[in-house]
Write a protein that binds this ligand. Structure first.
Ligand code: NAP
Length: 293
């Protein structure tokens, strides 16, 4: 559909932003449903965030994705925050409801859907979550009630403990928290069913970094790595090599994008179209993602 005077604008803000994959996914989705919408990327420096959100209001931009480094800072400029996003302390999706800006977080539900769509049901399972940053908090919010047992390990152990404390307060769920060091990692991996890496370890350009020794992996484990650049991290490759079930970061990327689409449009997201557009873009192989964040 060509652009016209009636075309509605959506977008993503972040810094850097040039390599975002969101416009690929959302423009393909809009086109497939015949929506007269366009999705564009805006580089917004930290000092310009307040003005950018003011611009969203005055230009009537209907929806924005928010990425690094603005996910936390943007909250104070919005009129209302969805309760899940308030718990997580980060917004990655803004909807403009006739001038009222509402913040959501679709990362956690995206991760949960990626697990479910890949046949992983957390009921009765022990889940080991690595990380306590923004993405890990979002995931923890959604998996805490689903998994039988949740263990959170983070380099800064205090952050993992704070997250466990807030999950106990919110859901009455007891969560074990510890430092992301060799001994707790190895010990917890022995009886875990699902491992999620929600740290940035292994992300481009540090692609040889890996927290989990290959010999600690086992075929019965499901390994999800939310890092999607490179498409196959060292952890994912090692997990594949032992015959473990593997879910790469692209899966969560697609599902969080689909959730944002649904927040904005109220329509079911055309998942297949969004996936194909993304995979098409990446079909040059994993090297084509280098430098993207
Ligand atoms: P963040 O808030 O900055 O958190 C980073 C996390 O990684 C923290 O837990 C941090 O530990 C840990 N970490 C960083 N370097 C480490 C190291 N050398 N050793 C051990 N732990 C380390 O970032 P985020 O927003 O949560 O994003 C994390 C990753 O997820 C990024 O790679 C991002 O691209 C990816 N992500 C993917 C999706 C998707 O849809 N697939 C969505 C969101 C994010 P400390 O707390 O100790 O610093």
């Amino acid at each position: 559909m060509g652009l016209s005077g009636k075309t509605k604008v959506y977008g993503v803000i972040g810094d850097p932003i040039e390599h975002t994959l969101s416009p690929i996914m959302h423009n393909a989705a809009f086109k497939s449903l015949g929506l007269d919408f366009v999705f564009v990327a805006f580089r917004v420096e930290k000092a310009e965030l307040k003005n950018a959100i003011g611009g969203m209001r005055s230009l009537g931009i209907l929806g924005l994705n928010v990425t690094m480094p603005h996910k936390g800072a943007v909250m104070k400029y919005l009129d209302r925050i969805d309760p899940a996003a308030a718990f997580i302390g980060a917004v990655n999706t803004i909807r403009n409801d006739a001038g009222e800006l509402v913040g959501f977080n679709t990362d956690g539900v995206g991760a949960l859907k990626a697990l479910k769509e890949n046949g992983v049901n957390l009921s009765g399972k022990k889940l080991l979550l690595l990380g306590a940053g923004g993405a890990a908090r979002a995931i923890a919010f959604y998996v805490a009630r689903e998994a039988e047992e949740l263990v959170i390990l983070n380099r800064t152990a205090e952050k993992a403990r704070r997250l466990a404390g807030s999950l106990l307060k919110k859901f009455g769920k007891r969560v074990v928290a510890d430092s992301l060091s060799k001994s707790p990692l190895r010990k917890n991996l022995r009886d875990s069913d699902v491992l999620i890496n929600a740290t940035s370890v292994g992300m481009h350009p540090n692609t040889s970094q890996n927290l989990v020794s290959p010999e600690w992996l086992k075929p019965e484990l499901c390994v999800m790595d939310i890092v999607y650049n490179p498409v196959k991290t060292r952890l994912v490759k090692n997990a594949e090599a032992v015959g473990a079930k593997v879910i790469g970061g692209i899966e969560m990327l697609i599902h969080q994008g689909a959730e944002s689409f649904e927040v904005w449009t109220g329509c079911p997201a055309p998942l297949k179209v969004m996936r194909e557009a993304l995979l098409d873009q990446l079909s040059g192989g994993e090297t084509s993602l280098h430098g993207k964040s």
